[in-house]
Design a protein around this ligand. Structure first.
Ligand SMILES: [Zn+2]
Length: 384
């Protein structure tokens, strides 16, 4: 083997061992050897290096089968940090996340929907600096920034191709934010970031096949197939908001007729509500629903029907072990869960019905930030 190849392989092995400890901790050296197929001697050497670099620590001793005590390994949270950033139409969330996926600092600020690209970026830079200073996070330990945002994102080149919600088109977000902050930056669609968080520590922990559906101001999904994010040809796989449910129906803001989003997005619900009552916000619709006003009940009942139809289509296409529902509509109107469940009984294909789990995200408004930060750690960490 060439020297270069040997070095590369060493590096890959080290990455692999660290990844296994991070995802399967607490774990013993023996188990790592078993999972990787590497020799116990190599594992001991790699673990020693990782220990010296501050990534790994021994947690507890357990009795192994033959009566000897084996030490379990865990990763250290404070060895490094990353910044997770969610930019949405009306809100900017920032979190500083340590190496074991704990949010150590958090900030939420409102965003004006008329705010321009440069303005938002400047605000983000200021807020990130403030958050780092206020919480005394050691800057040299910050690996970089991960950004999750709605829209069609070229994650390889760090370009926002189009975001209807932010009204951004062809923006070099990763490069621009990197220049402003000095940190390495990666970007991706918000739901793809969110499912990474669900897969790391949420409802889909360690799942190989899972789908996350987001229902709020936008409608979309993210898919994990065989343990990997399924992106499709241009990273747009999962854009179910623009699947057509009625070719003679509502006009969608994408220009097509009858897209799912044109019925169940917050904007669409508000627009339909205004045909009956002078409604300004989605909260007023949800309140009316709780007060048993019939127009609001009808609209939200139809929304639940369309959600169930979308779920049944996703199930037939991907056969995931679970679908996680998340987003503003689910969180602000939890009453809709019962109705979705009822309708799934009607619409989900019988052979899939008994197996699939339809569950609800528990990460709340922190999911995108957390996933973005974890993804930044995964992509930007260069082990020596
Ligand atoms: Zn559309």
């Amino acid at each position: 083997m060439e020297k270069q190849d040997q070095l590369l392989m060493k590096k890959q092995n080290k990455n692999l061992v660290l990844e296994i400890i991070k995802n399967q901790s607490p774990i013993s050296r023996m188990e790592i050897a078993k999972v990787t197929g590497m020799s116990p001697t190599s594992i001991t050497r790699i673990v020693n290096e990782l220990h010296l670099q501050g990534f790994v620590r021994e947690t507890e001793l357990v009795t192994s089968g033959v009566g000897r005590k084996a030490a379990l390994l865990d990763v250290c949270g404070d060895v490094l940090y990353s910044v997770g950033l969610e930019i949405d139409k009306l809100i900017i969330n920032i979190g500083i996340v340590n190496y074991i996926g704990e949010i150590v600092a958090w900030q939420t600020t409102p965003r004006d929907e008329r705010e321009g690209y440069e303005e938002t970026l400047k605000k983000v830079r200021k807020n990130i600096r403030e958050l780092i200073d206020k919480n005394r996070v050691p800057v040299e330990k910050i690996l970089g920034i991960g950004v999750g945002l709605p829209g069609s994102i070229d994650y390889m080149n760090g370009v926002v191709k189009i975001s209807e919600q932010l009204k951004w088109k062809n923006k070099n977000l990763a490069k621009d934010l990197q220049q402003l902050t000095g940190f390495g930056v990666i970007i991706d669609n918000e739901l793809k970031m969110k499912i990474i968080a669900e897969n790391f520590k949420g409802r889909a922990r360690d799942s190989q096949n899972a789908v996350l559906m987001g229902i709020g101001s936008g409608i979309g999904a993210a898919i994990i197939l065989n343990g990997e994010i399924y992106r499709g040809d241009s990273n747009d796989a999962g854009e179910i908001g623009h699947t057509v449910i009625d070719p003679t129906g509502n006009v969608c803001n994408c220009g097509k007729i009858g897209c799912l989003a044109s019925y169940i997005s917050e904007g669409a619900i508000i627009a339909d509500s205004r045909k009956v009552k002078d409604i300004q916000t989605i909260d007023e619709v949800f309140d009316a629903c709780r007060k048993r006003e019939s127009w609001a009940i009808n609209i939200m009942d139809r929304t639940a029907t369309y959600i169930a139809l979308a779920l049944s289509n996703i199930l037939c296409l991907y056969n995931p072990e679970m679908i996680i529902l998340s987003g503003n509509t689910i969180e602000k109107l939890p009453e809709i869960k019962g109705s979705i469940k009822q309708k799934c009984e009607l619409y989900v294909w019988e052979p899939l019905k008994a197996r699939v789990k339809i569950v609800y995200s528990q990460l709340g408004d922190q999911g995108v930030v957390l996933g973005a930060a974890i993804q930044a750690q995964n992509s930007l960490l260069e082990l020596q």
